[in-house]
Design a protein around this ligand. Structure first.
Ligand code: AVJ
Length: 324
């Protein structure tokens, strides 16, 4: 058993002081935006788990099928004694990797990391029962905080995995910065396993983000509830509508919350008032769809050598194994 189930990375003075500055920056822009990390309070993480089960939402299912086929090979190639997962959520798919590593070696450390404390603690407890010989240490914090921590705690056989195409939330510039931080968190020989969503027709993409049951809509709107409790806000969710569109030119899904009235809301803790015109929107998420060729050039440029690319028969999703 690890001494601490979950180590809290985001309670330093700097982290607390900076909390919400990104909300202020996003909501005071001409075209309003909010960072996707605010989807994931405990309820939002639960809604995301439900999204993963939706008939229209193909990514989780497709990535799982790839992992079912190749987890053993990935465990063998990497031979890692430590697996760090960024944005681990419930760690459901990761169990396929953990099972594979368990076949090789019991002295193994799994480090799930997330911004949502509830789901992280629950999954650490569950995993400790399922993998009694593993050492399991949760890290609560943002990607930034986690990668900074990892950089100062190097490990000779580390693998960092980043599944589910969460990398699709980054703008190209943010993705570039993120990859720089990944390489700093890896020693030469360490591995990086990246799951990414690939190009596909709009007719598949748009329903995946506008599901018939309205779970994605609830997930999108929940960001405003999260801001309400976190920053003492008074957003009225009834004024907002969810809509996701596929931007063909940028090859990305864009998720919006449209405000239907002229209204003003405030976030007391941030000392912020926000005016909306009827029809004005907030961009809450981009979900980029990748091209394997372009991505491989980008990874290699960062010193991440592509060792294997796994995909499904329809080439809807990719799992890239790189070595630093
Ligand atoms: C967790 C960022 C990979 O972009 O598909 C799912 C989030 N948003 N449905 C995605 C999401 C709406 C998801 N990622």
């Amino acid at each position: 058993m690890s001494p601490q189930l979950v180590k809290i990375l985001n309670n330093s003075y700097e982290a607390v002081k900076n909390d919400g500055q990104d909300v202020i920056a996003g909501l005071t822009k001409n075209l309003k935006t909010l960072p996707p990390k605010y989807f994931y309070d405990d309820y939002g993480s639960e809604l995301f788990e439900q999204i993963c089960e939706l008939p229209e939402y193909y990514p989780t299912r497709t990535e799982t099928s790839i992992l079912e086929q190749y987890a053993d090979e990935i465990a063998q190639i990497t031979g890692s004694q430590e697996l760090v997962e960024l944005g681990s959520g419930s760690s459901t798919k990761t169990r396929l990797l953990l099972d594979a590593y368990q076949k090789i070696d019991n002295s193994f450390t799994y480090i799930p990391t997330d911004v949502s404390g509830g789901i992280l603690k629950d999954s650490v407890l569950e995993l400790q029962e399922k993998y009694p010989y593993f050492s399991i240490q949760g890290l609560l914090g943002t990607y930034e905080e986690t990668l900074t921590y990892l950089e100062s705690n190097p490990q000779p056989t580390r693998t960092i995995c980043f599944l589910g195409s969460s990398a699709g939330n980054f703008s190209p510039q943010e993705f570039d910065n993120f990859l720089t931080k990944i390489t700093r968190s890896l020693q030469p020989g360490n591995h990086f396993l990246l799951g990414i969503d690939l190009h596909k027709p709009k007719e598949i993409l748009e329903p995946a983000y506008n599901d018939a049951q309205g779970i994605t809509a609830a997930f999108n709107l929940n960001m405003l509830s999260h801001l309400n409790w976190r920053f003492q806000g008074n957003f009225d969710l009834d004024w907002f509508n969810h809509k996701a569109i596929y931007n063909q030119a940028e090859t990305q899904i864009e998720m919006y919350l449209y405000c239907q009235e002229n209204v003003t809301f405030s976030l007391e803790i941030l000392d912020l008032k926000v005016n909306f015109q009827a029809g004005e929107s907030i961009l809450t998420e981009i979900s980029r769809k990748f091209d394997l060729g372009i991505l491989s050039t980008q990874l290699e440029a960062k010193g991440l050598k592509m060792k294997k690319v796994y995909t499904d028969p329809k080439k809807w999703f990719g799992l890239i194994l790189c070595q630093a």
